[in-house]
Design a protein around this ligand. Structure first.
Ligand code: UDP
Length: 196
């Protein structure tokens, strides 16, 4: 784990003490330096699941950045006298990074969701972020990681967004993240929203 942010421990997880702006600036910096990074935007369901599953908790403990994706977590932090400035959600973070990736002509790999959904995600990305270089994509229903990982490793995307739902996406990232020096992020149901 590597982070320039103060870590705030709540319910067994270490959340970064950062505003959305500061967090995004840090990710942009990491991306420009081709750092390998694993982002978890932890919503209350993820926090609960990690409390029940020590393997999942361990995976999250090895993420570089865990953000508080829930107003309850932000309120809890205030009550514990270790305040977090605000919520940092997966969907908003993904959209902000797509906007920046478009401005910077960055490479992005999209993995996850049903085949019809990922098709609509790509249409949306073509329409709204035309300068993004889509380095590859795959729906989230596959048996073998190998072809996907080869494609990621061959194309070295700047960002890999993974919408397999938790804990699948976090296990996938932990297992495969060193195949490419990318920013890896689990985005849960965000492709369903991005598909429109
Ligand atoms: N998903 C997937 N492969 C799977 C299971 C789920 O691609 O094996 C996708 C699903 O189609 C949806 C996303 O993961 O787009 C989020 O699923 P879910 O709503 O179950 O997870 P959550 O949003 O609660 O993390």
């Amino acid at each position: 784990m590597s982070t320039p942010f103060t870590q705030i421990p709540i319910l067994g997880m270490n959340f970064i003490k950062a505003t959305n702006t500061a967090f995004l600036e840090q990710i942009k910096k990491d991306s420009l330096a081709h750092k390998n990074r694993f982002i978890v935007t932890a919503n209350p369901e993820i926090v609960l699941a990690a409390q029940k599953d020590s393997k999942f908790a361990d995976i999250i403990a090895h993420a570089d950045y865990t953000t508080a994706d829930g107003i309850g977590i932000v309120k809890g932090a205030r009550i514990l006298n270790t305040p977090l400035p605000e919520r940092i959600t997966g969907y908003d973070t993904m959209c902000s990074l797509l906007k920046w990736a478009n401005e910077q002509h960055k490479k992005v790999y999209f993995l996850g969701a049903k085949p019809a959904v990922i098709t609509d995600v790509l249409k949306n990305v073509h329409a709204n972020y035309p300068s993004i270089n889509i380095s590859g994509f795959h729906d989230g229903y596959f048996n073998d990681d190998a072809t996907i990982i080869k494609e990621i490793s061959d194309t070295q995307p700047d960002f890999v967004f993974i919408a397999l739902g938790f804990p699948k996406q976090e296990f996938f990232i932990a297992k495969n993240r060193f195949s490419s020096p990318s920013i890896w992020m689990g985005v849960g149901g965000s492709f369903d929203v991005l598909a429109g």
